[in-house]
Design a binder for this molecule. Structure first.
Ligand SMILES: O=C(CO)[C@H](O)[C@H](O)COP(=O)(O)O
Length: 210
């Protein structure tokens, strides 16, 4: 069964907690977005884990160096998963994985900016990461002609555990799941909705039905 991850790209702890409260019944993983963590610091991770101890808390650090140190910071604050960039060196990813093993937590590699997401996903999986995020970031999504189909096609052939992030919504979530992903990530389609709880519920139902 694929997991549903809400990406919270809001800027305050209060707003993030309020959103999480609305959508918690429908989601498995709560992602604290990079701008949120930069805005609020590690305290937002601790606050979210304390409020939702039974959810998987995902700290989107997008670490590029000092993998062990940054992963340890996230895990000590309460994160269950932390992201490291695929574009960084294997030593950084391996350092984060070492820290994850010490804390009984996990590392997710984010392929944002990576030219060959499939090849790199296969390489980093061998380093012991939890899964790899096939990701088109917000700026890439804003480019003319962007389609999530490119990520769906990659997921279908990658052969290692992946998530997809990059504009998941109610119209494409079934195709995303059918590509065989482990986790489906939805940000704007939930937090920008007039009714985030209804949006999350609809995504959950579509995911479970697909
Ligand atoms: O990590 C991110 C941006 O760097 C986003 O959280 C991720 O892209 C998911 O959000 P959306 O569904 O709005 O694309």
């Amino acid at each position: 069964m694929a997991k549903l991850q809400v990406a919270i790209d809001l800027l305050t702890t209060a707003d993030a907690l309020a959103l999480a409260e609305k959508v918690a019944p429908y989601i498995d993983i709560i992602e604290l977005g990079t701008p949120l963590i930069k805005s609020e610091g590690l305290a937002v991770i601790t606050a979210m884990k304390e409020a939702f101890p039974n959810k998987i808390v995902f700290a989107d650090f997008k670490t590029a160096d000092a993998g062990a140190l940054e992963a340890e910071m996230a895990f000590k604050a309460g994160a269950d998963l932390v992201t490291v960039l695929a574009t960084t060196g294997n030593a950084t990813i391996a350092g984060a994985v070492k820290a994850a093993k010490q804390y009984g937590k996990g590392v997710v590699v984010d392929t944002i900016g990576e030219t060959d997401r499939v090849k790199r996903a296969q390489e980093v999986t061998a380093l012991g990461v939890e899964f790899v995020e096939l990701h088109a970031g917000l700026d890439e999504q804003a480019q003319p002609g962007y389609s999530i189909q490119v990520l769906i096609d990659e997921a279908a052939r990658v052969g290692v555990p992946v998530s997809i992030a990059g504009g998941v919504n109610i119209n494409n979530i079934a195709a995303v799941k059918q590509a065989g992903v482990k986790v489906v990530v939805a940000g704007a389609s939930i937090y920008s909705s007039a009714d985030p709880a209804a949006a999350a519920k609809a995504l959950r139902e579509a995911l479970d039905a697909a």
